[in-house]
Design a protein around this ligand. Structure first.
Ligand code: C5P
Length: 293
């Protein structure tokens, strides 16, 4: 039996550069791996792929990214052996935290090992790109990376990463990534923004360990559309700022919102303030950069 963690991500920066002819959007994004993680266990079985999950809300059928990743790897390597995969779900679903993509990447890595399939990292990357835009990032052994293209170009940031602390708040409103991108395309009158924020500024801030600069550079082109569909995001952001967060932003296509904190004790104070002042349905967590890489 093999047991692996599948960590979540935040997008500290996400700029949409334009729409591509394949229907996807050209992006420039900065990923941060965080220590909120799903747990996956893999076991060989004579044939077939069986996926189970401790969360009854998750569909474990053919549309699940774990099932898709396992089937893709099996087909690509001509493996006849099967596997049973159990997911302990900790990352909220459809929240902008990349949980499904991380599960898919971990499935590729786990089954490559379990089945002795022998695929190299570049070969795994090719499969990852077929599964989804964020899957590639989770194959990289790095805490921070810049994503480009539709996400299939991933540039890890080398060097010892700083540990960044966040208060993370997730309202119970699942948002579909496809719908958020669809809304961004002009139905709301919000086209490409003219902001001058840049990913270079954030990379510089991380290298200097400057939280102030990091806070100033937080940016997400998808935030306005996420707020339009989930207006409570604005209230969450007010709570986070009132509690002293240096900056706050929606992650990915939302609705998760993170507040940038000074350190662990500040993040814990912010989380307890938001628990007191916010709605009981909000999920609130203290998370930090996943420094295992
Ligand atoms: O790649 P993934 O399956 O995560 O994307 C989900 C949906 O989000 C896509 O079907 C597409 O509508 C939208 N998307 C996009 N441009 C991206 C990433 C995602 O338009 N770069």
């Amino acid at each position: 039996m093999l047991r692996l963690r599948a960590p979540a991500k935040l997008n500290l920066f996400l700029r949409v550069l334009g729409k591509r002819s394949d229907g996807y959007h050209e992006l420039e994004t900065l990923f941060e791996r965080i220590d909120l993680a799903d747990d996956l266990t893999f076991q060989k079985q004579p044939q077939g792929i069986t996926v189970t999950c401790d969360d009854p809300n998750l569909d474990c059928g053919p549309s699940n990214l774990i099932t898709k990743a396992a089937a893709l790897l099996q087909r690509s390597c001509g493996v006849s052996c099967g596997a049973s995969i159990h997911l302990a779900k900790r990352i909220p679903i459809a929240a902008g935290l990349g949980g499904g993509s991380s599960d898919a990447a971990t499935t590729l890595v786990g089954l490559n090992q379990l089945w002795n399939a022998g695929l190299s990292l570049p070969q795994l990357r090719e499969l990852a790109a077929q599964l989804g835009s964020d899957v590639l990032f989770f194959l990289e052994e790095t805490a921070f990376a810049i994503g480009r293209g539709r996400g299939e170009v991933c540039e890890p940031l080398k060097g010892t990463p700083p540990t960044v602390w966040h208060a993370l708040v997730i309202p119970p409103v699942p948002l579909s990534t496809k719908d958020i991108y669809g809304g961004f395309d002009g139905t709301t009158g919000r086209g490409l923004t003219g902001s001058t924020a840049s990913v270079t500024m954030l990379v510089h801030a991380l290298r200097n360990g400057s939280l102030r600069e990091l806070a100033e550079g937080l940016f997400n082109d998808l935030q306005p559309e996420a707020i339009r569909r989930c207006p409570v995001i604005e209230e969450i952001q007010r709570c986070l700022l009132a509690s002293g967060c240096l900056g706050t932003m929606v992650s990915g296509s939302g609705p998760s919102v993170f507040g940038l904190c000074q350190d662990q004790s500040h993040a814990e104070t912010v989380a307890s303030d938001v628990r007191k002042d916010g709605l009981p349905s909000w999920r609130i967590a203290v998370v930090k950069t996943d420094g295992n890489y």
